[in-house]
Design a protein around this ligand. Structure first.
Ligand code: HXC
Length: 258
């Protein structure tokens, strides 16, 4: 399918979605977010896709929501129009694992989009920030909540209040990203991680995603119970039988998503 603001390629069971508005450093406008929601829905429904990678360009993952598009909007426009609400909901509904591969700027909505993914692999050129305060607003699609959960209150407050950028080393040190690699190796690393995930049982991968995401929503006792029940439930799958049998027989498992 052709998109105006994205390039989408499906190969080796991985959907690679590349944000493509180079003239605006991949600023997230309604068109791009609408197409991203559509591409993610398509990846979710495509049986060939077992993992998704979202990336941008060498210069920018995304430099935030499109300021020119937002500048003229009123409170009623964004409140009653629920600016970006449906698109964000669509991103969060994806049950397959999503990796953000970030090089260059991931600012404002760009940082928030990366944090909506299941984990972030960063190039050493990556710069993260929530500079909305400089525009007279706060983050609007998760920054105050997800960044705080990722890096703690002190650093999150620092980022949101000063609007400063965090480099890749600080982002890794703070737990915002899972790995940092030289920029030239970013896509190899992200696609190789996605390829590894694609080899697992999809049933188990979806369960992992739900269980880890649960930890961001509920208290420890509830979260532990959710995890234990998920662990118990997976004993009803053929993939659990196969996974454990293959280990005992010293061979590679053949998962069938059942
Ligand atoms: C619209 C943007 C943009 C943005 C960059 N551009 N960021 N357009 N919205 N967020 C455009 C510039 O206007 C310029 O277009 C071109 O991209 C290149 O950008 P430059 O500024 O010339 O590049 P550079 O000097 O290298 O600076 C890069 C930068 C800077 C540091 C990333 O562009 C910047 O500060 N951008 C804004 C970052 C930001 O404030 N993000 C948060 C947005 S609010 P022209 O046509 O002049 O070449 C947000 C809220 C989310 O995200 C909540 C939603 C509900």
């Amino acid at each position: 399918m052709g998109y105006e603001t994205l390039n989408v390629d499906v190969s080796n069971h991985v959907a690679l979605i590349k944000l493509d508005r180079p003239d605006a450093l991949n600023a997230l406008n309604s068109a791009l977010l609408g197409e991203l929601a559509k591409a993610l829905r398509a990846a979710q429904h495509n049986e060939k896709v077992r993992c998704i990678v979202i990336t941008g360009s060498e210069k920018a993952f995304a430099a935030g929501a499109d300021i020119s598009e937002m500048a003229e909007k009123s409170f009623i426009d964004v409140f009653m129009g629920d600016l970006f609400g449906p698109e964000v909901d669509a991103i969060l509904k994806v049950r397959k694992p999503i990796i953000a591969a970030v090089a260059g700027y991931a600012l404002g909505g760009g940082c928030e989009l990366a944090m909506m993914c299941d984990f972030i692999i960063a190039a050493d050129t990556a710069k993260f920030g929530q500079p909305e305060i400089n525009l007279g607003v706060v983050a609007g699609i998760g920054g105050t909540q997800r960044l705080t959960r990722a890096v703690g209150k002190a650093k999150s407050m620092d980022m949101h209040l000063t609007g400063r950028f965090m480099d890749a080393a600080e982002a890794e040190r703070s737990g915002l990203v899972s790995r940092v690699v030289p920029a030239k190796k970013l896509m190899d690393e992200a696609l190789s991680a996605a390829g590894k995930i694609a080899e697992k049982s999809m049933v188990t991968a979806v369960a992992v995603k739900e269980a880890v995401n649960r930890s961001q929503e509920v208290g420890l006792t509830e979260g532990l119970l959710f995890e234990r029940r998920m662990f118990n439930a997976l004993f009803a799958t053929e993939d659990q039988t196969e996974g454990m049998k293959a280990f005992v027989e010293k061979r590679e498992p053949q998962f069938r998503d059942k």
